[in-house]
Design a protein around this ligand. Structure first.
Ligand code: PGA
Length: 236
């Protein structure tokens, strides 16, 4: 099981240092039963890498560019992340797709470059509510997954867009179905994401084909995130 905390645009460097020192005290004993990682904003990565250096908790970034360097204002490359001690990156999150013009093509380029540079990658896929209503979920997932290639360091996160930050989650059936489809296309671990909380984690993590969770809001709170990690450790 893998539990990944996507902090989005939350926690400054000093907040990160404080959170990480408490987090490792709370969850390090779970090492071996669950893989735990946190994905702070770029400016807090160094604080997280330092704060978690003597723990089993890994640190990842929320995005990564496909070029190593160059005229790409606002972007950060995989070698830059690697030099910092970052081990992974989230790519193609629905907020990147929705607000910042990320496409299947740019997602594919970012994923390929990150893997090539030695990073682990969590590539996000998931349908909009209108697409689910129009019974297009399968087509959308097939299209989004089709640009990815199997890799030992690739993990896919299934995050139905209508479940992100909304308090609504996929039903166990919906999650199982989507995960089975993704796994039939690509033999990689698949995380569920979208309003995962300590209250629903056990049921979602217990579904066949669910290999862990990508947790947004609930990963910002120490008690909630630790509780989800504990549930994952006991369900694996
Ligand atoms: P949420 O976010 O848990 O706050 O719904 C999940 C995500 O966007 O990765």
């Amino acid at each position: 099981m893998l539990i990944a905390g996507n902090w989005k645009m939350n926690k400054s460097g000093s907040e990160t240092a404080e959170f990480c020192s408490s987090l490792k005290r709370r969850v390090d004993a779970l090492a071996g039963r669950v893989d735990i990682s946190v994905f702070p904003p770029f400016t807090s990565l160094a604080a997280a890498v330092t704060g978690l250096a003597d723990s089993e908790i890994a640190v990842g970034a929320q995005n990564v560019h496909w070029e190593r360097e160059g005229a790409f204002t606002g972007e950060v490359s995989a070698p830059m992340l690697r030099e910092l001690g970052v081990y992974a990156a989230i790519v193609g999150h629905s907020e990147r797709r929705q607000y910042f013009g990320e496409t299947d093509e740019t997602t594919a380029r970012r994923v390929a470059a990150a893997l090539e540079a030695g990073l682990f990658v969590i590539a996000c896929v998931g349908e909009l509510e209108t697409e689910r209503d129009a019974e297009e979920t399968e087509d959308v997932l097939r299209r989004q997954v089709s640009v990815l290639s199997e890799d030992d360091r690739l993990v896919v996160a299934y995050e139905p867009c209508w479940a992100i930050g909304t308090g609504r989650t996929a039903t166990p059936d919906q999650a199982r179905e989507a995960h089975a489809l993704i796994k039939s296309l690509l033999d990689v671990p698949v995380l569920y994401g979208g309003s995962v909380t300590p209250g629903n984690a056990e049921e979602l993590l217990g579904q066949e084909g669910v290999d862990g969770a990508l947790v947004g809001g609930a990963s910002l709170d120490l008690d909630s995130f630790a509780a989800i990690c504990e549930l994952a450790a006991s369900s694996s």
